[in-house]
Design a protein around this ligand. Structure first.
Ligand code: ADE
Length: 273
């Protein structure tokens, strides 16, 4: 097991990751915000090589699929044993410990799930590989399955990094100011407003005037309006769930009336057949 970080004084979170490729985690966890969070003891990340819990000469972790078919399946024994070796380290809440398998069959990862996971003190992430993982791991070990999108990666390792990144940045003390994660896209159910920095004019393109005048109330209103417009244009399905004031709902209705009506979804099909 390789440990990236030392548990700190304030409430620190421990994440244990089971993988066949521990080296994949070195770079993402040793740069940027994740690295700082580890150095500050806000999170402790333990990387476990599943292969270390094999007992045969060749350290075999996979085998043919029963019933026939292409590809290899990860064996249950080393995964169960690795998780069992971690459990004695868990100081509290072992009965509610999330044991998460990263798989394209899992529930779609979202900001809401990141928030939910950020409230746990411990969690275990299992990175699948090859054609799959023995079903008994799903049935008798894991408590949750997460997918980071409707596409297939070569394994759950990159998905685990995505989950860790999204969760760790929400932990108290990780980001400089509380506001920075509050303003994130999705934090309030809306996409983030446009951001600008100096110069005020670049190649003839100016920063919106309102941002230069220093009126904070106007800036807040402008940002909120931009966030709503952007969400409506790019991710209209998010708008209905977002928490908006009555005035903002009226703004949405007004904007909806201005947006071009999308063509019926079967139109282009009919035309091309
Ligand atoms: N493993 C392979 N593809 C994946 C995905 N989309 N999400 C999570 N784990 C995966």
């Amino acid at each position: 097991m390789r440990t990236l970080g030392i548990a700190g004084r304030i409430r620190s979170v421990q994440i244990d990751i089971l993988t066949l490729f521990p080296q994949m985690f070195q770079s993402p966890f040793s740069t940027g915000i994740l690295n700082r969070a580890i150095d500050q003891g806000l999170v402790r990340i333990n990387i476990h090589n599943i292969r270390d819990c094999t007992h045969d000469k060749h350290h075999i972790v996979d085998d043919y699929t029963y019933g026939g078919g292409a590809g290899m399946v990860l064996k249950p024994e080393p995964i169960f044993e690795t998780v069992e070796s971690i459990k004695p380290d868990i100081k509290e809440g072992v009965d509610i410990l999330p044991i998460i398998l990263l798989t394209p069959q899992g529930r779609p990862f979202s900001q809401e799930i990141a928030n939910e996971l950020s409230s746990y003190r411990y969690m275990i992430l299992i990175c699948g590989r090859y054609e799959g993982v023995d079903e008994r791991v799903r049935e008798h070990l894991v408590t949750d399955e997460i997918s980071i999108g409707d596409y297939v990666l070569s394994g759950g390792d990159l998905a685990a990094m995505v989950v860790v990144d999204a969760v760790v940045r929400l932990l108290p003390g990780v980001l400089g100011s509380k506001a920075s994660s509050m303003d994130d896209s999705y934090a309030a159910g809306l996409l983030e407003y446009p951001q600008y920095t100096r110069p005020a004019v670049f190649r003839g393109w100016s920063v919106p005037q309102v941002l230069l005048l220093g009126n904070h109330a106007q800036i807040t209103n402008w940002r909120r309006e931009q966030a709503i417009k952007r969400t409506l244009e790019r991710r209209p399905e998010l708008i209905d769930k977002a928490s908006l004031s009555l005035g903002e709902r009226q703004l949405v209705d007004g904007l909806r009336n201005c947006l071009p009506t999308p063509p019926p979804s079967n139109l282009s099909l009919t035309n091309t057949i």
